[in-house]
Design a protein around this ligand. Structure first.
Ligand SMILES: [Zn+2]
Length: 248
């Protein structure tokens, strides 16, 4: 039996399967890994994306957000890896996705139970009154955008440097890690903290671990039961074949 057959058997036998995704699943959608050489933040001073900077110079922060949005996010499309996970959920083979990505692509592919550990790049929230805005592209017409309710400063709904993880996302992620008897790591090496700790918690609570990555990671030797080497799209396609799942 090869690794993909073994992985497929684990998926079929599992009562609760949680996927944990990172930048690697969206690279083939044209969104670069922000930690890599061509990374998203390379051309920007990280302090621009802090609450204190945003409060003082919202136009500067929002100009950078606008550039990043139009360079990377506006044309990004779901890829087969996102779609296969959505199809697995429809077939009761996947219960939840915890994602570190802010690109909204899991939802666009049709996944329902998605926990966004680092927030979402398509929404914004008012720092003063908490009002939420769902169309970032519209907001980008006026830099800096202001709250239509109170005139306050808006912040994109992804976490800035130095900001804590949203409490609800954190609680839901740990609940899904605890419930999982199978935990599938996809396209993340566990370098970003505290997100990187979640798979360890899953393992401590009894989950078997499948890992899909281009190369071995912080997880591979310590946690991983089955390592599937490759890009997310190709590896999930092979797994899907072994599960009898096909995309339209
Ligand atoms: Zn407001």
């Amino acid at each position: 039996m090869n690794s993909y057959q073994k992985a497929a058997d684990l998926v079929k036998q599992s009562n609760h399967t949680t996927a944990f995704t990172g930048a690697g699943i969206s690279v083939q959608s044209g969104i670069p890994d922000f930690r890599s050489e061509n990374g998203l933040w390379k051309n920007y001073d990280p302090q621009i994306f802090s609450i204190s900077y945003l409060s003082q110079k919202p136009a500067k922060t929002w100009s950078a957000i606008k550039e990043i949005y139009y360079e990377f996010f506006v044309d990004s499309q779901t890829n087969s890896a996102h779609k296969i996970l959505a199809e697995m959920e429809k077939n009761n083979l996947l219960d939840a996705i915890i994602t570190q990505n802010i690109d909204n692509l899991h939802q666009e592919a049709g996944s329902v139970n998605v926990i966004e550990y680092h927030g979402n790049s398509k929404k914004a929230i008012c720092l003063d009154c908490g009002a939420e805005f769902n169309d970032l592209e519209l907001l980008l017409n006026n830099i800096p955008p202001v709250c239509s309710e109170c005139g306050g400063i808006l912040k994109p709904d992804f976490i800035f440097f130095g900001e804590p993880i949203p409490q609800k996302a954190h609680q839901l992620a740990y609940l899904e890690a605890e419930k999982a008897d199978l935990f599938i790591i996809i396209g993340t090496a566990g370098e970003v903290q505290p997100a990187g700790q979640i798979p360890f918690y899953a393992k401590e609570n009894g989950a078997k671990i499948i890992e899909i990555n281009l190369k071995k990671s912080n997880y591979s030797d310590e946690l991983t039961n089955i390592f599937l080497k490759g890009q997310a799209v190709e590896a999930l396609q092979k797994l899907a074949n072994n599960l009898g799942i096909s995309l339209e």
